[in-house]
Design a protein around this ligand. Structure first.
Ligand SMILES: Cc1cc2nc3c(=O)[nH]c(=O)nc-3n(C[C@H](O)[C@H](O)[C@H](O)COP(=O)(O)OP(=O)(O)OC[C@H]3O[C@@H](n4cnc5c(N)ncnc54)[C@H](O)[C@@H]3O)c2cc1C
Length: 444
């Protein structure tokens, strides 16, 4: 049997969260041996990551574009809102990956490996990873952003909402965009199967990402988003298809889950990024939350202490999210009014601070009071505060599963991988069982 290589840390998945952790470790001069593993390190441009922050933000330098002015429009209210304390950043996935990988390649203690991961296992003293090529790697800790915990049940969400969107990056013949002002939300009053809005990021006067986003239970067909975008471009900018070319397209489906995810995949294996529940349920923003944890985690690892287990948002913010999710899932007209009142009555910086979960209780009340609140009062009767322990069962279940040592004795409990193709699954099955037995032997 080939020997398994041992590391201090394995980072499985080099997307947003895996690269973030590796980057923070290098910046803090962590000296342990790190393995960073992904299917591929080839830079791609499937996403643009936007987030708000201050001008000294660590990724300010690689921002493709920043804005201080935003446009909000819903129902009878439309206004330019300027950001006083924040900047809205947009980072291209390819720039983020290339910049971080360049830094990592110079670090003597990081091995970058392109292999496809099959599974993980762990016991109280080590964690192991097996690849589809049957290679096993061991570490004190694995940080993974690939597999959902096996007991994650998407159907058990209280409100089956997803944020789904399709955006096209276009180049126009004429200079039609105001590159100083991005459209945060232009709410669509005609769409009634969900809360829907347009989002426009003007990169240049003749180049922009135009995205149609919906919060609802089911995604549309791709051509339906495109049709909406085409008519929006015509109505707002007088553009027909002859006036622009499509340079790129991005599509996403982000679950709006009211429950906190379990932070541990199994002992010594932490979940990061989307599978770690770092996405804010009511907005889909993930970037800043990921970096906040990575920074804390890197500090602990440099000091040689146990890495902090990622914590869910405080009860207060999860409760607000739950109430909003209820309104979004049950009443689209009221949802439009909530956003219309919120952006009309609250400064956008305060809204961003609230969405970053950095407001104090008094500031929360100011934000909540600025909304259209009757739907929240109705939601309160369904989910009363204090006695609503809405995630108690889920946490109890997670705790039970986490305590169980994960030796893959029960092969039915296989993790769900978002990128696994079910038809390939059957073919791989017998091979996987043999490989998991090897992983099992290594760990036990
Ligand atoms: C189109 C789109 C736009 C988004 N825009 C924003 C935004 O503007 N702002 C924001 O805050 N959030 C945004 N998000 C949400 C979130 O930030 C991203 O989804 C983010 O990429 C999640 O980071 P992650 O590390 O969890 O996963 P990923 O970035 O997807 O990384 C996972 C990595 O695992 C690798 N991998 C998967 N399976 C295997 C395997 N079996 N073996 C080896 N490697 C594997 C993949 O190659 C990938 O590199 C967006 C999401 C989408 C889909």
């Amino acid at each position: 049997m080939p020997e398994s290589k041992r590391y201090d840390i394995i980072i499985a998945g080099a997307g947003l969260s895996g690269l973030s952790l590796a980057w923070h470790l290098v910046k803090k001069n962590y000296t342990g041996q790190i393995l960073l593993i992904d299917n591929s390190f080839a830079p791609n441009n499937h996403k643009t990551w936007c987030f708000w922050g201050k001008k000294d933000h660590p990724f300010a330098d690689i921002a493709h574009r920043t804005w201080k002015n935003s446009l909000f429009s819903a129902l009878d209210f439309s206004s330019e809102l300027s950001l006083k304390e924040h900047i809205y950043f947009c980072v291209k996935e390819s720039d983020y990956k290339e910049t971080i990988l360049r830094t990592l390649q110079k670090a003597p203690n990081i091995d970058l490996l392109e292999e496809s991961i099959l599974d993980f296992s762990s016991n109280s003293s080590k964690a192991a990873l097996i690849t589809k090529d049957s290679n096993i790697y061991l570490a004190d800790y694995i940080f993974q952003s690939i597999f959902m915990p096996s007991h994650y049940d998407p159907s058990a969400r209280k409100y089956p909402l997803i944020q789904h969107f399709l955006g096209i990056e276009i180049k126009t013949d004429e200079k039609v965009f105001d590159k100083k002002t991005f459209t945060l939300m232009d709410v669509d009053s005609d769409f009634n199967d969900g809360f829907a809005f347009m989002y426009v990021l003007p990169f240049k006067k003749n180049r922009a990402l135009v995205e149609y986003t919906i919060f609802s239970a089911n995604p549309l067909k791709k051509k339906q988003y495109k049709k909406k975008i085409r008519s929006y471009l015509k109505e707002k900018y007088g553009l027909t298809e002859e006036n622009y070319s499509i340079k790129r397209q991005e599509y996403g489906e982000i679950p709006m889950d009211d429950r906190p995810h379990t932070p541990l995949y199994s002992s010594r294996i932490m979940n990061l990024g989307t599978v770690g529940g770092f996405t804010k349920p009511s907005t889909g923003y993930t970037f800043s939350r990921v970096h906040k944890y990575s920074k804390k985690c890197a500090q602990a690892l440099v000091k040689g202490v146990v890495p902090p287990i990622p914590t869910a948002s405080s009860y207060r913010f999860r409760y607000y999210d739950l109430l909003l999710l209820r309104v979004l899932a049950t009443n689209v007209p009221d949802s439009r009014k909530i956003f219309r009142y919120l952006f009309k009555n609250s400064p956008v910086d305060r809204i961003f601070k609230f969405l970053s979960e950095e407001t104090n209780f008094l500031e929360d009340l100011m934000v909540l009071a600025s909304c259209y609140y009757p739907p929240f009062l109705r939601a309160l009767t369904v989910h009363p505060p204090l006695i609503t322990q809405f995630d108690k069962d889920y946490l109890a279940q997670s705790k039970h599963k986490e305590l169980k040592e994960d030796n893959f004795e029960d092969l039915e409990q296989r993790p769900y991988s978002s990128d696994k193709d079910s038809s390939q699954d059957a073919e791989l099955e017998s091979d996987e069982i043999v490989q998991k037995d090897r992983l099992n032997e290594t760990v036990s």
